[in-house]
Design a protein around this ligand. Structure first.
Ligand code: AMP
Ligand code: MG
Length: 401
């Protein structure tokens, strides 16, 4: 049996062939950029007023001086005439600051005074002003043709916002891998079914589908297959045509656990079977002849959740160019005992005590078949293999769901 660390290393050494596709910028969530993104012009594209107020020239400014107001410039307009040293313009946030003016004095520091013949003047409550007060300078955020985003960037709402600003309406992203999910078990029936006393509704396919949605992966095949070697073989054969095949159930030592033998008969190379982890110990991983991978997971619902978070999510992230999920190191809120020498993952919630850093609190459950196990948690904590007791206050790894 190999350790969690060894299993992670083996999985991360296997690479799927990546392909690229083009996606509209408004359908990007969950994708990762497969191209660098450059600015199409300076940002801001002009000296931009960041306040409503009056634009003046800082060199001409003296405390108590009156300026003639020669124009009013709303956002979206410009003023190109020469402005004399005794003049100013009234300007609104977002408008282009006219040539020769370099300060916006906000309305709150200004007074508008009537003059003769419809003339208007402004005076200010300031003694002096510094150049570029309340002005965002042309090109100060990013300059024309400079790189704004790098290949491998996750498409967040902020990325979509930037692409919209740059007028980039189609972008190249890493295409999601093709996926098949096979849930095995004579007792497994679909959620729509009215199960007999000994039947169980399939939840694992749906758990995996939900996890995969975050990375825009939509399984092309989802099947329920009984513990029958011939039926399994047919189904797994179809599943092997996809980049990733997930199988749940049927990988342990029971007399009806046929999955490893069937995979072997289909020439899938087993890279490991059994990992020093609880729950999820019978986890099986292999590579197909066609360059795909097979993750065969034990069937208990919480085992599926743990194996996905500890091993599979990072494989998917690395495939599209993202780094591993971030784990936190948090103190335990209470102590926790275990009786095995496995890396044990447990559901945990994050609790805040006033005035101190957050703690992780293990959530009790009846094992990996307990349908409530992950329900009330924020993520999972690690109770390392070598430590029989994780003392209250001691630090350990926490991974958000
Ligand atoms: P197995 O790994 O096939 O020995 O299954 C372990 C446990 O998980 C058994 O109690 C199964 O009934 C249960 N199980 C297997 N597959 C599923 C599934 N798709 N949905 C919910 N429970 C399952
Ligand atoms: Mg089974």
């Amino acid at each position: 049996m190999i350790s969690v660390r060894e299993a992670r290393e083996i999985i991360s050494s296997v690479k799927l062939k990546a392909s690229i596709k083009e996606v509209s910028f408004d359908a990007l969530s969950g994708f990762v950029l497969a191209e660098d993104i450059y600015a199409d012009r300076d940002y801001p594209p002009f000296n931009r007023a960041t306040m409503d107020g009056f634009a003046v020239n800082s060199e001409n400014f003296r405390g108590g001086m009156k300026f003639r107001i020669v124009a009013e410039i709303p956002a979206g307009f410009s003023y190109d005439k020469k402005i004399n040293s005794d003049s100013c313009v009234k300007i609104m946030t977002g408008a282009s600051v006219p040539e020769g003016l370099d300060v916006i004095i906000k309305l709150e520091d200004s007074e508008e005074l009537p003059g003769m013949n419809d003339e208007k003047f402004a005076s200010f409550h300031l003694e002096s002003v510094k150049p570029f007060l309340n002005i965002a300078k042309k090109g100060e955020d990013i300059q024309d043709k400079a790189k704004l985003l790098q290949k491998g960037n996750f498409c967040s709402p902020q990325v979509v916002s930037a692409l919209a600003t740059l007028g980039i309406t189609n972008v190249k992203v890493t295409a999601p891998p093709s996926v098949a999910i096979i849930s095995t078990g004579n007792e497994i029936v679909s959620p729509e079914s009215d199960p007999s006393r000994v039947q169980i509704r399939d939840s694992n396919s749906y758990t995996l589908c939900e996890f995969l949605k975050k990375y825009n992966i939509k399984p092309e095949i989802t099947e329920l297959v009984p513990d029958d070697p011939d039926r399994l073989r047919e189904s797994i054969k179809r599943g092997l045509e996809k980049n990733i095949l997930f199988i749940t159930g049927g990988v342990s030592m029971g007399s009806h656990d046929f999955v490893p033998a069937v995979l072997k008969s289909l020439n899938v190379t087993n890279r490991f079977h059994k990992v020093g982890i609880k729950p999820g110990k019978p986890f099986w991983f292999g590579e197909s002849r066609s360059g795909g991978v097979v993750f065969a997971l034990p069937g208990n619902p919480f085992s599926v959740q743990i194996i996905y978070k500890v091993f599979i999510e990072n494989f998917l992230r690395n495939h599209v160019g993202l780094s591993d999920t971030m784990s936190l190191i948090l103190p335990m809120e209470i102590s926790r005992e275990k009786k095995n020498n496995l890396d044990e993952y447990f559901p945990a919630s994050i609790v805040n005590h006033p005035g101190s850093a957050p703690f992780m609190k293990p959530i009790g459950h009846n094992g990996s078949g307990d349908i409530r196990a992950g329900l009330y948690s924020d993520g999972i904590g690690l109770h390392p293999a070598s430590e029989p007791v994780l003392e209250k206050g001691s630090l350990s790894e926490f991974i958000y769901w």
